[in-house]
Design a protein around this ligand. Sequence first.
Ligand SMILES: Nc1ncnc2c1ncn2[C@@H]1O[C@H](COP(=O)(O)OP(=O)(O)OP(=O)(O)O)[C@@H](O)[C@H]1O
Ligand SMILES: [Mg+2]
Length: 254
Amino acid sequence: MESVNPETSGAVTPNQEAATSSGGLIRLEGVTKVFYTDEVETHALSGIHLDIKSGEFVSIAGPSGCGKSTLLSLLGLLDSPTDGKYWLNGKEVEDLDMGQRARIRNREVGFVFQSFNLIGDLNVYENVELPLTYRGMPGSERKARVTEALEKVGMAHRMKHYPSQLSGGQQQRVAVARALCGKPSILLADEPTGNLDSKNGEAVMELLHQLHREGATICMVTHDPRYARLADRSIHLFDGRIVDETTSKAEEII
Ligand SMILES: Nc1ncnc2c1ncn2[C@@H]1O[C@H](COP(=O)(O)OP(=O)(O)OP(=O)(O)O)[C@@H](O)[C@H]1O
Ligand SMILES: [Mg+2]
């Protein structure tokens, strides 16, 4: 377990060099997130220190409202910390302008949400292709990537189907293909099995586990301890703080 808490370890302040030389993909240092609404302050995250290495599978658990989705939003550059520092791939995120953030989000981060978030007017192929189109990738390369990703999740035979014509489990497999086809540095999954029955949930988890064995870095929110055990490391959040962290053996599967 490589997590470094500068408060307790006495580590020097990490910099870009340290983050990359340790194989670190993600480093959060003293990250807080406060939401301000109608004179109410919500402290969603407080003093988060977190390191994720390339190739790691990390799960995040904790009660509703403890900050899990907020943490994934920050990791995926959908939102910014109120305070603290975030290095992604050795780059300090705060220094990036809007264009750079959007570019990194498109290229380095793959998202999978509980509610699949596929576009209803686009078929399976087009849904998976969309992030690559935004990237300006040539058509022939897009086709190869989309086909490869759909084959990987076992959905190549449903390319022309629309999301409404698929089961929940199939939709989530397409969402995983969409997240994968850009070959991101990290896959962020927020309760990816939350809307699925146990059979489909297990299939999607087996898929994520397979991707991890092939080298993908994954950070996943899950309430299910069976799925959390698939991860190399499980982080427990409570009231916006990391209160527990355990490493687990990948052999004890499902
Ligand atoms: N955009 C926002 N504006 C104001 N408060 C917010 C916003 N987003 C989240 N919060 C608050 O921040 C806290 C953490 O929310 P978050 O969505 O991260 O919880 P969670 O752990 O993902 O919960 P759940 O398990 O229910 O999905 C909550 O108290 C929530 O009300
Ligand atoms: Mg949530």
